[in-house]
Design a protein around this ligand. Structure first.
Ligand SMILES: [Fe+2]
Length: 312
């Protein structure tokens, strides 16, 4: 009789022996939790142990408190499996899942507590791309060769300061935002070149400036599993209008944040729980054509300016 060949992807024993401690048979719900906790407590790496112990405790508490049924357990497994099979890369899907639960923002707020005089942080979101082109101050980040459709021009003037108010020169300020359609460049089928992105450098006095479009609120892209979750939750999937910033300077903590124009109806129910009060900024409408042209706004279009300061 021939021994069947093992397929290479069939899991095999990982070589770890049972622990020497005696554990009870699993006869009750409490003994499942007891044994799972005991095994988690044996995790060699201290940080991994802390995370696994907490995860087991909370997962078991959650399961017990909500009396999850077998059908619901299976539904949950199918829900998670569906995430791995979406058109978007899985890392975007899973990030969005954590985003809509507020977990991404929670991680950010825990890791970046407020610093006096510093601009608050915000989540990076799934639409960052590392290929933003280097730009000169006053350059545009949007391709407006065919106009900007229904959007308005935005002219942003910012200044990078230390928390005690000293300007920081040569700081890398990476910016990204949606285009006039409310879409990031990577949401299009073809993406020949980055659009809506740019990397600027602060001048000697800490200032930087660029041209873009006034951001619009946009819907978080919903894959079928995420859509089913949001609908069951009766929650909208809109993100409040914002512009993303990633500020980096040697010797300083990096700042990843977003700024939200005021009169932003979605900001307090933002789909990913972004939008701290201090990140809401006032846009100043500018109708003066000469002011617009001075800032490189094509034609007689109305420009919109905003100013803000950021510390890193
Ligand atoms: Fe965004």
């Amino acid at each position: 009789m021939s021994v069947p060949k093992r397929a290479t992807d069939v899991p095999s024993w990982n070589g770890i022996l049972p622990p020497s401690m005696k554990l009870p048979f699993i006869d009750t719900p409490d003994s499942v939790t007891y044994n799972a906790m005991k095994l988690a407590e044996l995790t060699p790496d201290p940080r991994m142990r802390e995370i696994l112990v907490g995860l087991v405790r909370h997962m078991h508490d959650f399961t017990r408190e909500t009396s999850i049924t077998t059908d619901e357990w299976l539904k949950g497994i199918k829900f998670m499996a569906a995430f791995a099979n979406q058109r978007q890369p899985p890392h975007i899907e899973y990030m969005l899942l954590l985003d809509v639960f507020g977990v991404s923002t929670l991680v950010d707020t825990i890791n970046n507590p407020p610093v006096k005089n510093a601009t608050a942080s915000d989540v990076i979101g799934p639409f960052f791309m590392p290929d933003a082109p280097d730009k000169e101050n006053k350059d545009t980040i949007v391709d407006d060769t065919n106009g900007i459709g229904k959007a308005e021009y935005l002219y942003f003037e910012g200044r990078i300061l230390t928390t005690d108010g000293q300007p920081i020169p040569n700081v890398s300020v990476e910016v990204w935002e949606v285009d006039e359609e409310g879409l990031y460049d990577l949401q299009y089928e073809s993406r020949d070149a980055p659009n809506g992105r740019g990397r600027f450098r602060s001048r000697a006095d800490g200032t930087f400036e660029f041209r873009g479009v006034v951001p619009s609120a946009y819907p978080i892209p919903l894959s079928p599993p995420l859509e089913s979750l949001m609908n069951a939750w009766n929650r909208h999937n809109m993100r409040a209008a914002h512009v993303h910033f990633w500020v980096k300077a040697p010797g300083f903590r990096e700042l990843i944040t977003q700024l939200y124009p005021d009169n932003n109806e979605w900001v307090t129910t933002d789909g990913v729980f972004g939008g701290k009060r201090s990140l809401v900024i006032n846009l100043k409408r500018v109708d003066d054509k000469s002011e617009s042209e001075k800032r490189g706004i094509p034609g007689a279009r109305r420009s919109t300016m905003l100013s803000s300061t950021s510390c890193c």
